[in-house]
Design a protein around this ligand. Structure first.
Ligand SMILES: Cc1cc2nc3c(=O)[nH]c(=O)nc-3n(C[C@H](O)[C@H](O)[C@H](O)COP(=O)(O)O)c2cc1C
Length: 300
């Protein structure tokens, strides 16, 4: 059996999970490679992204596809990746396992969205994982949400999942088609995610905006290197946004790594902190109601 783990992971949590999946999968005899598409210039600047992606997944029996939850949705860059997978023709089979990491507030409808897209292309979704992780926007809070997660707590869960898949494969019992959805949320979560938390709206109007403060910049180039969607390039005047750059996703990677504060978020962090704490304590618009926080969902 051949597998690939495709990742988009701006702040590295999903990548951590992807690496564990790759390692355990290889240990169990599944020939597995990892493709991290974050900051990947070959992918991001490719003139034919569809071809790039489909080369990666060709000849694979199993696809793991992982990304973060933003505004209770599967990050739209991950959706973009999945949408480029070629639709399977009759008789062809590819199993898929989506996985998401989320910052302990709410994983929203991300797994469900991944599953819907994969099923639309005739892929057989056999499982899904949601993993509670450090909230990458809370680095400046008094208490970082889920600091340093995921850690070793995910190992048994992933080990068991891979072993189960290998067992099912060896017994010829992997399902041909799965019925139902990885939709573990209440209807109210689904509605609120789709009506109130429209991801692109939040990106454009609600998330903290980034501002360059050039007088502090020492041209170290960290922001250029670390931006997950490679928005910046180094010019003789310092870092600048590329022409036709992809939109900023507000992950904060550039801001939090800039020791000179040449890049800052324009944000009322106290307000954000209050809002997040309210949600995490179960009293927000989309309260945290996920127990257990990390979980494998398996169709059988
Ligand atoms: C703009 C933005 C929106 C986010 N929205 C949510 C959310 O709706 N619910 C949640 O629990 N975490 C949310 N998070 C936290 C991320 O899902 C979490 O940190 C995730 O593990 C990041 O994955 P990565 O490290 O692979 O980028 C958000 C983070 C950012 C930057």
């Amino acid at each position: 059996m051949k597998a690939i783990v495709i990742i988009f992971s701006p702040s590295g949590n999903t990548l951590k999970v992807g690496k564990v999946i790759t390692e355990y999968s290889n240990l169990q005899g599944i020939d597995t490679q990892i493709a991290d598409l974050t900051r990947n210039k070959d992918y991001l600047f490719s003139l034919n992204r569809k071809e790039y992606i489909n080369k990666l997944i060709k000849d694979k029996d199993l696809l793991f596809i992982g990304g973060p939850v933003y505004a209770h949705h599967l990050h739209y860059n991950v959706k973009e990746i999945i949408k480029q997978f070629e639709k399977l023709k009759n008789g062809n089979k590819q199993y898929a396992i989506p996985f998401v990491t989320y910052g302990g507030i709410n994983s929203g409808i991300a797994l469900h969205e991944a599953e819907k897209l994969l099923k639309k292309q005739n892929r057989t979704v056999i499982a899904g994982l949601k993993i509670s992780a450090e909230h990458c926007l809370t680095k400046k809070f008094k208490t970082v949400f889920n600091e340093n997660l995921p850690g070793n707590e995910i190992l048994p869960m992933i080990d068991e999942l891979i072993k189960t898949i290998v067992d099912l494969k060896n017994n010829n019992s992997l399902p041909n088609k799965t019925i139902g959805f990885l939709n573990y949320q209440k209807l109210s979560v689904l509605l609120k995610a789709n009506i109130i938390f429209r991801e692109k709206f939040w990106q454009k109007h609600m998330y903290p905006k980034i501002k360059f403060n050039y007088s502090n910049c020492n041209n170290c180039g960290k922001c250029v290197k670390l931006c997950p969607v490679q928005r910046y390039e180094m010019t003789e005047n310092g870092p600048a946004v590329r022409k036709n750059a992809k939109d900023c996703i507000h992950c904060g990677k550039c801001v939090f790594s800039c020791k000179k504060e040449a890049l800052i978020f324009i944000a009322d962090w106290q307000k954000w902190e209050k809002m997040f704490e309210k949600a995490a304590s179960g009293q927000g618009l989309l309260p945290s109601n996920e127990f257990p926080r990390s979980k494998v969902f398996l169709y059988n």
